[in-house]
Design a protein around this ligand. Structure first.
Ligand code: ADP
Ligand code: MG
Length: 269
């Protein structure tokens, strides 16, 4: 469990994170009737979307559909004009700051990797585990074997074990993306939001990223926003199509590809 979550545990002694969140229901994230206006323009227009625990959801839609704004709302960067956003049954995300939302177990991966270029891959993961700088000084002194094991497990998962002691700055673009996903995993999020993960990747890197995101589902809920349709097809289970700030269609890739509304606004472009 990430160092940052300890505060939550402290406030809820003797309870597991799942109990604190009350995710006994299969739905983990409830976005309901959310509207976001920028100067009268509705980037999100009465949007409702529900994510189950452990699910892998792809969100697609033309440019300007509101995909990034949706992530901004979930992570507390943008406040909606109307609507509700709940994490589990009890946690009202609209009343929390960005850092509180991250602490509650929602990790977000932005498009551009933000790794510490002059630190090794291993040290980047160690820093991510520390989460905040107060813990850092004690970690630098000595990692417990449990902490070391966690870093090793994440290195394995993101396929960077061989490169653990390479400077992050020397990694390829794809490897940096995986490292950043690894850094998010060090916080052990329940929900991971990933915005356009394969932009700029080689085909080989895309295949590896598909495997990685697929392997994360189950343990973490993963919401992937992506333009590359071949990539979406390779990982898709349930797909949500956004258009003009609303859900246009939702279903399997097959179902949405046959949907005339979707063909018209997106796939037929
Ligand atoms: P997507 O990620 O699906 O391409 P966005 O969520 O980035 O779409 O944007 C949705 C719409 O909202 C776009 O028309 C965009 O120009 C507008 N928008 C997003 N953020 C802002 C902002 N901070 N100020 C004004 N307009 C914005
Ligand atoms: Mg976007």
């Amino acid at each position: 469990m990430g160092a940052q979550f300890e505060r939550w545990e402290y406030l809820n002694p003797g309870k597991t994170r799942a109990e604190i969140l009350d995710i006994s229901h299969t739905t983990m994230l409830y976005v309901e009737g959310v509207t976001v206006s920028f100067d009268g323009f509705r980037a999100l227009d009465d949007l409702s979307i529900y994510i189950d625990s452990g699910e892998l959801r792809c969100v697609i839609g033309p440019n300007g559909a509101g995909k990034t704004t949706m992530m901004d709302v979930i992570t507390g960067k943008t406040r909606p004009d109307t609507g509700t956003v709940f994490f589990g049954q009890k946690i009202d995300l609209l009343r929390m700051s960005e850092s509180e939302i991250a602490e509650a177990g929602i990790g977000r991966k932005f498009q551009k990797p933000t790794v510490f270029e002059h630190q090794s891959v291993f040290d980047n993961l160690e820093l991510a585990m520390a989460g905040d700088k107060r813990v850092l000084s004690t970690l630098v002194a000595k990692l417990s074997s449990e902490q070391r094991d966690r870093i090793d497990a994440v290195l394995d998962l993101v396929g960077l074990k061989e490169l653990a002691f390479r400077e992050a700055g020397a990694l390829s673009h794809g490897q940096k993306q995986w490292l950043e996903i690894g850094m998010l995993l060090m916080q052990n999020p329940l929900l991971l939001l990933v915005d356009e993960p394969v932009a700029g990747m080689t085909h080989q890197e895309m295949d590896r990223t598909a495997e990685l995101l697929t392997s994360l589902a189950g343990k973490h809920a993963v919401v992937v926003v992506e333009h590359d349709m071949d990539f979406v097809r390779s990982i898709a289970k349930r797909v949500t199509v956004l258009h003009q700030g609303r859900v246009l269609a939702e279903g399997t890739m097959d179902e949405i590809q046959k949907d005339p509304k979707v063909v018209e606004v997106y796939l037929g472009e």
